[in-house]
Design a protein around this ligand. Structure first.
Ligand code: GRG
Length: 278
């Protein structure tokens, strides 16, 4: 399987959906809608949506069934990037090769654009009419992932961490919440909308937890920053961090055993997530 072609094809699907759910830039207040679109398009790798689609395929459904989950997770991811870049957090000027939203539109607009993307994500899932009970489960999984126990709590602990105090366990705890949570929500949400049973959802959740942490290690290896307090690369060194990511990939792939060949796209995405160069 050509993973780049798979990512491009699935990105097209989610991009079309994002275009449909986002309000046109010209609508009032144009500044808000333009700021919301600024980071959504042209977007990044769209790997979370790809995981959602591949999870639907793993449980034998067409990828389109996962579309609301894929769209909603990408909206939450984009909100989190906008807020993470703010002066009161990481204070970054550039994201995806473009000025960050607060640099382009001002800080208050960036906060509001992030807030609006987060709310829109839940509107998308709540509007899924095919099987409302399943949509509710996917919505709950995403709310949990985005909330105080996962993304927000992980972000707070990340901001507060100090290099000399950050133990391996503490770093892993931040990675699980800040990075793995949304990947898990994509997988569980996508599979849930596709009709997965409880056993399959549990396996996909365990797969996502491992791949999410390995994805973050890959990110830190790509970053090459040694002074990040919350980085396994800084804590353990490059080769031990690489070994840890490889071990997590192997554990994650074990979880996919019962799915057989239908999980091949998930396997390829997992290998890409850990071995990527962007
Ligand atoms: C503000 C609540 C709140 C959370 C922010 C997303 C985040 C948490 C921080 C951004 C910085 C960071 C390194 C997060 C870890 C997750 C991660 C590796 C994000 C980048 O994801 P990619 O590589 O980005 O999928 P693209 O641009 O391809 O979508």
């Amino acid at each position: 399987m050509d993973v780049q072609a798979y990512l491009a094809e699935r990105a097209r699907l989610v991009d079309e959906a994002l275009e449909r759910v986002l309000v046109p830039s010209e609508a009032v207040p144009a500044r808000l809608h333009t700021a919301m679109r600024h980071l959504v398009f042209p977007g990044g790798k769209r790997i979370r949506p790809a995981f959602a689609f591949a999870a639907a395929e793993a449980v034998g459904a067409p990828p389109e069934r996962a579309l609301p989950a894929a769209t909603a997770v990408e909206l939450v991811h984009t909100y989190s990037l906008i807020h993470d870049d703010l002066p009161c957090m990481d204070d970054d000027d550039e994201r995806r090769g473009r000025p960050t939203v607060h640099v382009a539109f001002g800080e208050s607009t960036a906060v509001l654009a992030g807030d609006a993307l987060l709310a829109l994500a839940f509107e998308v899932l709540a509007s899924e009419r095919r099987e409302p009970a399943r949509a509710l489960l996917a919505l709950r999984a995403l709310a949990e992932a985005a909330g105080p126990r996962r993304l927000v709590g992980g972000q707070l602990d990340d901001l507060a961490s100090e290099p000399e105090r950050a133990t391996t366990e503490a770093i892993l705890g931040v990675h699980r919440r800040k990075t793995a949570a949304l990947i898990e929500a994509a997988l569980v949400g996508g599979a849930c909308l596709a009709g997965a049973d409880a056993g399959a959802l549990e396996r996909l959740s365990r797969f996502g937890a491992r791949i999410g942490v390995a994805f973050q290690i890959a990110d830190d290896l790509l970053d090459g920053e040694r002074d990040e307090p919350c980085s396994l690369v800084a804590r353990l060194g490059e080769s031990a961090a690489r070994e840890r990511a490889k071990a997590l990939l192997a554990e994650a792939l074990d979880e996919l055993e019962p799915f057989g060949g239908s999980a091949d796209p998930l396997r390829e995405l997992a290998r890409f997530a850990v071995g990527r160069d962007r």
